[in-house]
Design a protein around this ligand. Structure first.
Ligand code: DP6
Length: 401
């Protein structure tokens, strides 16, 4: 008897031009285009195994070993039924294909990073779900076509169907068929872009992206200005910066857009605050680090960006990451030794950190151990990968291993 099963992994992406606002909440159509960097799956990824079998009694999904309800009409159910629809098209064209679209599926998904880290896992999660079903169903679909479906799981997930530098074109059609992800440049175009994620300790339950952005759409006048007059030019300018590997321009636009996203959150009624004192201190450090470089006749050396939470993501060319880690560690002593995947520090490790010459130490006050819980050093990475059968998360019984 044949086993119909496939496993895929998909990356996390962090936006430089932020998606914030929907014009259609069911189809997940955004009010502006956005652009992100795909991060390396060697460090952060979701892995998903999907299996179709005539004996299964219903569609089931396990996320990090806990079974999740697949609510009728919900985002998961939409993605699964859209993928079955594409499979049906394959079966209608080629009668010799097994009728997998009529079978229920079992889906098992795991992240290799803790949910508690506060890193958005919905983007990599829905991208891995769509990629594994596309492999299971042997769909001829392109990453852009698959992004149309991942988008309906979580907007930002559509950008995780590509590696490198990725735009989500907002589109204009009411059915959403032109609201999809496209590759701006592959990972190989600019592999030197690295990222340092500062995982910031956060006790309070923040406002979710989904509800926060809807409130912004309903109440913020600044959002309307952003949509009409700011984002279109920034999308052009940052795409050109990426094509030209112009880090200075890339950094400037990335920081401006993070700032404006948090400004529209503040312009929401009631206001939404995603950054905290630690987030703002990291901004002050990066601003000062860049100021020193420019004062010495250089260019911007790092860019911060923040999503709907207090964590900082710092983009920088690889050659600057050592200085940036030393800077962050100086103000934010680490509870555990820095994991050094690129071997920047050798056996002695980071130590207590240090500041570059000319850095004004008074721009921020030092924090206690654990204010920044963890530092993750990664870089721009590739798109979803189809994995070997041995890496499957479902056992022979069709249940999580
Ligand atoms: C701040 O994609 O999580 O990270 O579409 O409602 O699932 P839904 O929202 P989501 O929002 C992400 C918002 C952001 C910016 C971005 O990734 O572009």
């Amino acid at each position: 008897m044949s086993v119909y099963q496939a496993t895929a992994s998909a990356p996390v992406n962090i936006a430089c031009i932020k998606y914030w606002g929907k014009r259609d909440t069911k189809l997940i159509l955004p009010t502006n285009s956005s652009l992100s960097v795909t991060l390396d799956q060697d460090h952060l990824r979701s892995t998903t195994t999907s299996r179709a079998d005539a004996s299964f009694k219903k569609d089931r999904l396990w996320l990090n070993d806990t079974e999740e309800e697949i609510k009728e009409g919900g985002r998961l159910a939409t993605c699964i039924s859209e993928m079955k629809r594409l499979r049906r098209e394959v079966e209608e064209k080629d009668a010799s294909q097994p009728k997998l679209s009529s079978y229920y599926v079992h889906i098992c998904s795991r992240n290799n990073f803790p949910t508690a880290a506060g890193l958005a896992s919905s983007a990599s999660g829905f991208a891995a779900l769509v990629a594994s079903l596309a492999a299971l169903y042997k769909l001829p679909a392109s990453p852009s076509e698959l992004s149309l479906i991942a988008r309906q799981g979580s907007g930002s997930a559509c950008r995780s169907l590509f590696g490198g530098f990725v735009a989500w074109q907002m589109g204009s059609l009411p059915d959403g068929s032109d609201s999809l992800a496209v590759e701006v440049a592959p990972q190989s175009h600019w592999p030197d872009i690295h990222a340092l994620i500062c995982v910031v300790s956060d006790d309070k339950k923040g406002t979710s992206s989904t509800s926060g952005m809807q409130r912004t759409v309903e109440t913020s006048t600044l959002l309307q200005h952003r949509i009409a007059h700011v984002v279109p030019a920034r999308m052009e300018a940052i795409s050109a910066a990426i094509q030209a590997r112009d880090f200075d321009a890339f950094a400037r636009i990335t920081m401006q857009d993070s700032n404006q996203f948090h400004a529209v959150a503040l312009d929401t009624d009631p206001p939404i605050f995603y950054m905290n004192d630690v987030s703002r201190a990291i901004i002050a450090l990066i601003v000062e680090y860049n100021r020193v470089s420019v004062a010495n006749g250089g260019k911007l050396k790092a860019a911060y960006t923040y999503d709907a939470g207090p964590n900082a993501v710092i983009y920088a060319p690889k050659e600057n990451i050592k200085e940036i880690v030393e800077l962050i560690v100086k103000y934010f002593p680490q509870p555990e030794a820095f994991k050094d995947p690129f071997g920047l520090f050798g056996a002695a490790g980071v130590g207590e950190g240090k500041l570059v010459d000319g850095f004004n130490p008074a721009v921020a006050k030092p924090f206690g151990v654990g204010a920044v819980k963890n530092l993750i050093h990664t870089r721009v990475g590739d798109g979803p990968r189809v994995l070997r059968a041995e890496e499957a998360l479902l056992g022979t019984d069709g249940l999580p291993k």
